[in-house]
Design a protein around this ligand. Sequence first.
Ligand code: OGA
Ligand code: MN
Length: 293
Amino acid sequence: MNGTATLESVEYKHIQVRPIAGTMGAEIFGVDLAKLNDEVYDEFYNAWLRHQVVVLRDQDITPDQQVDFAMRLGGIHFHPYMNGMDNHPEILEIIKEPGDKYTFGSTWHTDQMFNPQPAKATMLYAKESPSTGGDTLFANMHDAYDALSDGMKTMLADVKTWCVGDKFRRSGGSRRKDRYQGNLKMAAKVRDAGNLQTESAHPLYRTHPETGRMALYLGNHVQTLEGFNDAEAEPILDFLREHAIRPEFTCRVNWKPGTITLWDNRSVQHHAIADYSERRRMHRITIAGDTPF
Ligand code: OGA
Ligand code: MN
C-alpha cells in the first residue's frame, strides 16, 4: 500500500475498503452520497488520499447532490472551453453514442493540465454504460516517480514541462475551442479569468500538496521540457511516457450505472478505453486545484 505513515495507521469505523490492484485503487463500501455525514465523509476523504482512485457503486444522486459533494471536495474547476449541462454548468455530460468514432479521454492524461491551476480531482458518475468494455485505466504517478533512478530524479529535478490544451488545429486552421466560442461569454461569467488559460508550465516532478509524496507529472498536454531542445526533450519524454504506464503501475475500473469514481489528478494519469460501440453517458465534475509545486 502506498499511503504515507499517517494515512497507513487510520482505522475506519464507517467504511470498508477493498483494494483493486497492487499499486493503487480501491472500492469503498458504506458510503451513500445521498446522505453523507461528516464522519463518513472524513473517512472517505482519507481513503481517497491513500488509494488515489476510489470507486463507489450503486449511487443514486441528483445533479444538485453531485455538485454539493464536489463543493465539499474543494469546489468546481470549470473547463475553459467545454460547456456544462443547461441547468448545471458545473457538470459536463460526456456522451458517446453508438457509431461515434471519437472517445473522450482516450489518451493517457491528467485533467486540465494546460491550466495554471489544474483540476485537483475528477468525479465521474456513470449514468449509462456499455454491457462490456468502456473501462477506464489509471496509472500511479507516485510509483512511477519512485521507480526512476537517482540519476533521472536528479537530472530532471527542477525541470518544467510546457503544457498546451488546445493544440489540435482543425481544417481551416480553427482550434477546438473555436467550436465553443458562442458559449464562452456566458461561461466566462461563472469562471475566473485564470481558469480560461490553456497553456502553462508545470514541474515535471511535483509534490502532492496533501500527502507530501513526489509524483511524476505527465499527460498528453505536455509538449516539451522548458530549457531543452526538442531533440533532447523528445527522447526523454518518450522514455518517461512509456515508463509512467508500466502495467504494474496501473489499475482499471469497470462501470455500471450508479458507479462513481473519484481520482486524484495530482498523482494519477488516466485513459478511457475505446473498445465499445454501445451508448455510454457520464456526469463529470472536475474539482478545483492549486498551483503545482
Ligand atoms: C475524463 C476522462 C475517461 C472515461 O472524464 O476526464 O478522461 O473513461 N474520462 O470517460
Ligand atoms: Mn480526463
